[in-house]
Write a protein that binds this ligand. Structure first.
Ligand code: NAD
Length: 275
């Protein structure tokens, strides 16, 4: 018997990366999945966001575990679309118990050179998009009357400063304030709310040339190996990156009964990197 038998999870950014890994991990524990992502390139992002077809692999992997999955295309900036998907998903699968507000972007610029669109797009997706996700899906947890769990994907960048990502750090730190307020608002309904704060995770968000150049300004054409060498110096444990499954395991703890009295916390998975 899985830890999430009979539960339904609503997950944004589920076409690939951590979101896909979360969908597979929760499905393995018995959950059915409502998976949301967007397959059009997001402006201001210097690496490809999810492509058409990425979500198919998430669907295949969840169905291979004999779980149901409803995959839908929506931008987390579109509250009406998220609400439609959450309503349809809850009516087809019967309920929503878990919300993972995971979708996010990265872009880089010194704060004093950043253009307004780059700033605003970041806040719209990484901060307001999380509120819209929870606004659309969490009322179904409340309506179920059985309690549930919300996990917001923040970042180590909420707590540890890196140059060139003032907008990202501001959004990710803002999520902590949002999480704390939601914690006290939703506790009476036995709904727990936590943030998870990964250090570098091996996904397309960081495995791309623009991140390699950011980490290795000393080199003309840095490679992944050059990047990993620099990334290793961020962590206390001798690794360059965590894997998506490491974050999924933390999420599973937070959403299952293993974490049944854990709410209002900032759950850090950083290989000691903030110290
Ligand atoms: N990779 C890292 O090093 C790292 C570290 C800390 C935190 N994070 C956070 O983890 C989360 C997941 O990122 P990842 O590492 O899996 O990267 P990723 O780029 O592989 O996945 C992010 C997913 O979000 C989707 N997305 C982006 N904007 C969207 C929008 N407006 N609407 C709907 N979907 C959208 C993308 O299409 C993509 O599938 C993000 O919130 C990210 O900020 C990542």
């Amino acid at each position: 018997m899985g830890k999430l038998e009979g539960k339904v999870a609503f997950i944004t950014g589920a076409a690939r990366g951590q979101g896909r890994s979360h969908a597979i991990t929760l499905a393995r524990e018995g959950a059915d999945i409502i998976a949301v992502d967007v397959s059009e390139q997001i402006d201001t992002v210097p690496y490809p966001t999810a492509r058409p077809g990425d979500m198919d692999e998430t669907v295949r992997a969840v169905e291979a575990l004999d779980r149901r999955i409803i995959a839908a295309e929506a931008d987390v900036r579109d509250l009406a679309a998220l609400t439609r998907i959450a309503d349809d998903g809850a009516s087809q699968l019967g309920r929503i118990d878990i919300v993972l507000a995971n979708a996010g972007i990265n872009s880089m610029s010194p704060a004093l050179e950043m253009d307004e669109t780059t700033w605003q797009t970041m806040i719209d997706i990484n901060l307001t998009g999380v509120w819209k996700t929870i606004r659309a899906a969490a009322p179904h947890i409340v309506a179920g009357g059985r309690g549930g769990s919300v996990v917001i994907t923040s970042s180590l960048a909420a707590m540890h400063a890196n140059a060139n990502i003032a907008h990202y750090s501001a959004a990710k730190a803002g999520l902590v304030g949002m999480m704390q307020v939601l914690t006290i608002e939703l506790a009476p309904q036995s709904i727990r709310v936590n943030t998870v704060h990964p250090t570098t995770v091996a996904t397309e968000m960081i495995l791309n040339d623009s991140t390699y150049r950011l980490f290795r300004p000393d080199l003309d054409s840095p490679t992944r190996a050059d990047f990993e060498e620099a990334a290793r110096t961020l962590n206390r444990l001798p690794i360059s990156m965590t894997q998506p499954e490491d974050i999924s395991n933390a999420v599973l703890y937070l959403v299952s009964d293993d974490g049944r009295y854990v709410t209002g916390t900032t759950h850090i998975v950083d290989a000691g990197g903030r110290l």
